[in-house]
Design a protein around this ligand. Structure first.
Ligand SMILES: [Zn+2]
Length: 432
């Protein structure tokens, strides 16, 4: 009887022979001609002109009576003749589409209503990530940074290059998880970053602490962080670091661009991060609340345990506290970042309410943190997050005045991204 090894070897030899035969056969026929990738669909050719009475410019200013012309996907004027208006958004509050710098679009419910794991079919997984993108766009978020899964790359490309409906996506692809000394030598650390670059990542996402659910312990030294974030910078990529406690100041000193969570950090850690120019993003309004509301759908997978959930619930006031410290630290750039996972997609705007209620931010500052400030965090401050000529036609409208009643952020009635209108659902209120 042949051994398993021999059987496998025989199968491999057969496969190689078949491949060789196919190559020979192919050589007898003309190879398919090289073709260019299919061109992306163009935005609507004719200008779309939005008549508004109240608009926020994304930098903290209110514009009265702007008539916004969007040509070839970009804003071309804020003072177009009223007679040109094609869509009447008077009665609503118009503003740049929101930007969430930290989401997990791959995270979704499976058919049974539980957090999907690797056991579902590739088709279901692909549709799950696509649905999360759609829900997020409908919630007013025209750009997201999705940080943690290789599937985010094809989704980004389908939306950008093929007209698939969804928000503009930037992605880290798979994250880099710190594992102490065994993370690798300096050369190996640089190779991890180089691999992300080669795979097409827009930024690197680094875990410098274990999950809050399992102790929030450090997993990388400041020196290792400096190597990783330094290599990212050398390759033209930004770096985002999941950090708790003193890892917050370590990541900032290491030159990393954005520090996430910051729970259990001190005011001194935050001051260091602010002085280093890092973007800081605590979460207060959505991610933990969503985990707790959907606990039964998460429990039993990975580190989603009763004990882990209890820790998050117990320490939510500490998240609020660090957020208050951050927004009160002079010079701190507290950027919008929800860490949205399954159950939270499309409800990203809840974080605005959290920012005001739990961090003491003004409504305007909270909104700007998801507009021009978030665009700066993505290195796209000259393209996104502002209502001004030359900027992308990423424009939304909400029912109500969010500066007086922030719950208006839950009522998104209009969504345009890149000059394409994806949502226009006028409410009775606007029939005047
Ligand atoms: Zn995350």
């Amino acid at each position: 009887m042949r051994s398993l090894v021999a059987l496998v070897r025989a199968a491999l030899v057969r496969a190689a022979l078949v491949r060789a035969a196919l190559l020979l056969t192919g050589a007898a026929f003309a190879l398919p001609a090289q073709v260019a990738p299919v061109a992306p669909p163009s935005p609507p050719a004719g200008p779309i002109v939005l008549r508004t009475d109240a608009a926020l410019d994304g930098r903290g200013n209110v514009l009265r009576g702007a008539t916004i012309r969007v040509t070839d996907g970009r804003i071309s004027a804020l003072d177009a003749p009223v007679a040109e208006a094609t869509i009447d958004l008077r009665g609503y509050t118009v503003m740049p589409g929101w930007i969430d710098t930290h989401v997990h679009l791959d995270s979704h419910w499976d058919r049974a209503g539980r957090i999907a794991t690797g056991t579902e079919s590739p088709a279901e997984a692909a549709l799950g990530i696509a649905l999360a993108g759609w829900e997020t766009l409908m919630g007013g978020f025209t750009t997201v940074q999705s940080v943690g899964d290789p599937m985010e790359g094809p989704l980004r490309d389908m939306i950008r290059d093929r007209g698939f409906p969804g928000p503009r996506v930037l992605t880290s692809l798979a994250w880099i998880a710190g594992r102490g000394d065994s993370t690798g030598t300096p050369a190996e650390l640089r190779a991890l970053v180089q691999a992300r670059k080669a795979e097409g990542a827009d930024l690197v996402k680094i875990f410098a602490s274990t999950s809050q659910r399992v102790g929030a312990r450090p997993t990388l030294t400041e020196q290792q962080l400096a190597i990783l974030c330094g290599e990212a910078k050398a390759l033209g990529m930004r770096s985002m670091v999941h950090a708790y406690r003193s890892q917050v100041s370590a990541a900032a000193r290491a030159g990393c661009n954005q520090v996430e969570h910051a729970t259990y950090a001190t005011a001194a850690d935050i001051a260091t991060a602010a002085a280093a120019g890092a973007f800081i993003s605590p979460q207060v309004g959505l991610v933990v609340q969503n985990y707790l509301a959907n606990k039964a759908r998460y429990i039993g997978v990975g580190n989603y345990t009763e004990a882990g959930m209890a820790t998050m619930e117990r320490d939510l006031p500490l998240d609020f506290a660090i957020c208050r410290i951050a927004v009160g630290t002079p010079g701190a750039r507290v950027v919008f970042s929800t860490d949205a996972t399954a159950g939270a997609h499309g409800r990203n705007a809840e974080e605005f309410l959290g920012r005001v209620e739990h961090c003491g931010q003004t409504s305007m500052a909270a909104l700007v943190s998801a507009q021009s400030l978030a665009a700066d965090a993505l290195g796209m401050g000259d393209r996104l997050g502002v209502l001004a000529p030359g900027y992308e036609g990423d424009i939304i409208a909400v029912d109500g005045d969010p500066l007086r009643d922030l719950s208006a952020v839950r009522r998104v009635v209009f969504v345009m991204r890149g000059g394409v209108v994806y949502k226009w659902a006028p409410t009775a209120r606007a029939e005047r």
